[in-house]
Write a protein that binds this ligand. Sequence first.
Ligand code: NDP
Length: 267
Amino acid sequence: MSVVHHAVFGQPIAHSQSPRIHAAFAKAQGIALDYRAIEASPQDFAAALEAFAADDGVGANVTLPHKEAAFALCATTTSRAQRAGAVNTLLRKGERWHGDNTDGIGLVRDLTGRHGLDLRGRRVLLLGAGGAARGVAPALLDAGILELVVANRSPERADALADAMGEPGRAISAYWDGLREQGDFELIINATSAGRSDGAAFSLPLSLVNSLTTAVDLNYGEAAIPFLAWARAAGCRNSFDGLGMLVEQAAESFQLWHGVRPDTNEV
Ligand code: NDP
């Protein structure tokens, strides 16, 4: 059996679960897979990706902080990657890279399939406006939510994300400091990386929460602790981390590369 070469690029990358997830999918499908974790700084990312291609690399995942750079490097991209302006999945086509973004569909599959949420008609608060937030925003709108309110530490990035959705009535931005005036939400999504760096407590107005609110952190492990602690203290009905999304977005990437959809429940 010939071995197919894949990798995940990021910085830092040591914490990544992607090699384990893809190894488990490949084993279950009987595919011989070499999936590496490659640490690359923003300055080195393009060269590292070319070196990987020269070494027979045919597919890659891209994580923090390279998703927007990966989008810019692709010769072709899917429409969902274009709406996100960010790429998390690369597929080698001839001498060029084709880019997709599976983060959004991964989150929606986890919320609806695993956690049984009906997203239709819901008010959703999205915290953050980086690559992950840009990936999930279009998929949430496509899933039929009523309204998406985006708040970010740097407000101009929240404005840009809301504008990029092209639905001024449904996707709007709000100041983080002005969230108290935004009413309550059935779904609050933390797509910031705040929990990775500060170790500081997460602080948001309690008025955002109602008796049905679900809180989901796209982070997992230690980085998810501050937000999930806030969600529990605020009385959210449900709260969970981003591990399910991670597995679902990986399954979408796996399907793009290998043409088969793996069973995510096993992993
Ligand atoms: P980016 O670096 O592109 O964006 C980071 C975001 O976090 C920005 O909105 C930034 O705000 C905000 N932020 C950073 N520090 C703070 C802080 N101290 N307080 C408030 N906001 C802050 O990262 P990504 O969007 O790619 O990833 C975000 C997180 O989501 C990561 O931790 C990543 O691991 C996780 N993730 C999980 C996935 C999964 O499958 N479960 C998939 C993708 C991402 P500003 O614009 O002001 O700098």
